[in-house]
Design a protein. Structure first.
Length: 666
């Protein structure tokens, strides 16, 4: 069936009409796909209405890809010349670093002669200028100098050179999305360290400044505002996913020209009507407008869960907007926390950040915030739907819903994230349920856990300095035995602490879902770098798991079950491996650690009364320990299995991407 709409790139789809356009071949590696497709609607009218937005999105995508491609360095730099020359010398089988000659050494003389011949060949192949001088290119000049004098030390690269070298050596990372992400990081670094600094000159102070800049960027992430059909500001919103904006119901009413407290009509297409959303933190020259429709709504009111609306955008928001990081911190006291709110006041085109302070719950629906003592401005009309950023927890903890300003008081009210999540369960947010003592407990417990396992592992391996402080002393098998028990009882606790922290940081990058080792803060602190997160996981999860496997194999392969001979009706001479004691323990006649011994000669045997022991084959006096066959192994193996399962959940929770809200059409 032919379409009557005279627009390019339209295709019939199973769900209606879609936009389809091929990406230029030279841009496909950077963009990451070859065809751009997007649904436009079920009818031709909807397709015509949405065509311009999707076409503009494709044009912007191509323009950004061409811009990223054009930024690759094309001129030679000291670093690229060094890398090229190093590859050239290795390619012609010459050592880049050997340039000296020993007259008595024929091999050295031959090597030097070969370097000189290579240099002369480069010079002979170079053009000669009008004045008779040889015109060496920068590449050839660097090669000739290296052939005569050696490579020398590598030049310190500039930031742009290091980025270009990384993308050249890692082509799989050179997608448009990664280039844009790297570009944002470079811009932040240049803002504190200067334009294109040398990598060697970047300091710790620069890194701290970037960290502070990232926190500021996180506070500004996801800021949106709704406008009327007259292009007037109606209120604020938060971008919580690439396609969903959270705001107040009365803000949507204002954007549609309705009374602020108007209810949702019982009939009609109220929720399907378009709402225009903009992103005021983006440059004016960029495409900052998106349209959307209501997917969740609660009428204006003053009871819990009232005055909330969720808008689903017709297409993804610009990536540069970022996403608001929402957190339910209802388990923590916010008293004294500095808050920040961004909004656009009536009659203004530029918004302001205003400081506020937490006051406490004033109704069962809202939480009161007030102006900080030093603040000049405060929350005004037009701030409704704005994010309330907590500077201590570094997250959005609520949404502005009302304000009350007078000559004596400046008060506003917010809906906490917990209530918003109760209204819209798909809300991407973090549940910060960890207690203020978590970091102290985790750091202390992890240090004790690691040191105990280290001591017993090294003592089992025969390291004498650890044997006096181990539970097995100089008996290697007993150190494995006790190490196995320490892991079994302590590891599940530590791994569950890992899991709890990862769950409370599910919207953060994966390495920030790992707690910072050594921190004693009352606010849980995450790892700041990938390598510290990898080191923490290796030392506290992977290595302990490997140590436990070693302990169990050692115990099962070399351990023996001992019994008190007289308790089971045996004489010492009837059994092997008896210790030289008044009441000797001897190796049990059964074959394994999981076997119980049948008493003979009318004896009742024993179990709970210290009747069984565990030890090595050549146990001396005192080198066996009380043991409970079957039960003890079942407990240890069960706890070990639990530890492996929880460790798997921890790794999955740390590395898995958070789920996204379901789209209305999906």
């Amino acid at each position: 069936m032919r379409l009557s709409v005279a627009l390019k790139y339209l295709r019939k789809t199973k769900g209606g009409i879609g936009y389809r356009r091929e990406v230029p071949k030279e841009l496909r590696p950077g963009i990451g796909f070859s065809t751009f497709t997007h649904p436009l609607g079920k009818t031709e009218a909807e397709a015509a209405r949405n065509w311009s937005t999707n076409n503009a999105a494709f044009e912007t995508l191509v323009k950004e890809a061409r811009r990223a491609l054009s930024k690759l360095p094309t001129t030679a730099t000291p670093l690229t010349l060094f890398s090229d020359t190093l590859g050239y010398l290795r390619g012609v089988k010459l050592n880049p670093w050997e340039v000296g000659v020993e007259e008595a050494d024929p091999a050295s003389v031959a090597l030097t002669t070969g370097r000189e011949a290579a240099a002369e060949a480069i010079i002979d192949a170079s053009p000669v200028g009008h004045d008779g001088t040889i015109q060496l290119s920068p590449t050839d000049e660097r090669r000739v100098r290296a052939l005569h004098s050696g490579m020398g030390s590598a030049p310190s690269p500039k930031l742009s050179e290091a980025v270009a070298l990384y993308l050249t050596e890692q082509p799989a990372q050179a997608t448009l999305k990664n280039r844009q992400r790297i570009g944002r990081i470079v811009r932040r670094l240049e803002a504190v360290a200067g334009k294109d600094p040398l990598v060697s000159e970047i300091t710790r102070q620069d890194a701290r400044a970037i960290r502070d800049k990232l926190v500021a960027d996180a506070k500004a992430a996801g800021i949106a505002n709704l406008v009327t059909n007259k292009d007037e500001h109606a209120g604020m919103g938060m971008l919580v996913s690439s396609r969903h904006v959270l705001t107040c119901a009365h803000v949507v009413n204002a954007a549609r020209g309705r009374d602020a407290e108007a209810k949702e009509p019982n009939e009609g297409d109220f929720r399907k009507q378009q709402v225009e959303v903009r992103f005021p933190m983006l440059p004016v020259s960029t495409d900052t407008m998106r349209t959307g429709r209501i997917v969740a709504w609660r009428d204006v009111g003053e009871t819990p869960l009232d005055d909330i609306a969720v808008i689903e955008l017709d297409q993804d928001a610009p990536e540069e907007v970022g996403l608001a990081l929402l957190a339910d911190v209802s388990g923590h006291s916010l008293d004294g926390d500095r808050l920040s709110v961004f909004g656009i006041a009536p009659g203004r085109s530029i918004g302001n950040h205003v400081d506020a302070r937490f006051m406490g719950q004033n109704t069962d629906a809202w939480i009161q915030v007030a102006s900080s003592e030093s603040a000049q401005d405060f929350i005004d009309g037009g701030y409704s739907g704005g994010a309330v950023w907590d500077n201590v927890h570094e997250a959005v903890v609520g949404m502005i819903v009302r304000k009350y300003n007078s000559d004596k008081e400046r008060i506003a009210y917010m809906i906490p994230v917990a209530d918003i999540a109760a209204f819209w369960p798909e809300l991407p947010h973090e549940r910060r349920t960890l207690s203020p003592s978590f970091m102290r407990g985790w750091t202390t417990f992890s240090i004790v856990f690691f040191l105990l396992l280290l001591v017993h592992f090294q003592a089992e391996r025969g390291t004498e300095m650890f044997q006096p402080i181990s539970m097995g002393q100089s008996t290697g098998l007993l150190n494995a035995f006790w190490g196995m028990h320490l892991f079994a009882f302590l590891a599940p606790i530590l791994f569950f602490m890992f899991l709890a922290f990862a769950r409370s940081r599910q919207l953060h990058p994966w390495w920030q879902r790992v707690p910072s080792f050594g921190s004693f803060h009352t606010i849980p602190v995450a790892s700041s770098m990938r390598r510290t997160a990898v080191l923490t996981l290796t030392l506290l999860i992977l290595l302990p798991l490997a140590a436990q496997v070693h302990f169990i194999r050692k115990v099962l392969s070399e351990g023996h079950l001992y019994i008190y001979a007289h308790t089971f009706g045996y004489e010492a001479g009837q059994l092997e491996g008896c210790t030289a004691e008044a009441k000797p323990v001897c190796i049990a006649p059964s074959e394994g650690l999981m076997d119980l011994v049948e008493p003979i000669n009318g004896k009742e045997g024993g179990y709970w009364d210290n009747a069984y022991h565990f030890g090595p084959a050549d146990a001396d006096k005192g080198s066996t320990v009380t043991f409970f066959p079957v039960l003890q192994q079942a407990v240890i193996l069960g706890l070990t299995f639990l530890s492996f399962v929880v460790a798997g959940f921890v790794i999955h929770k740390i590395l898995a991407n958070p789920s996204k809200p379901r789209l209305l059409d999906s």
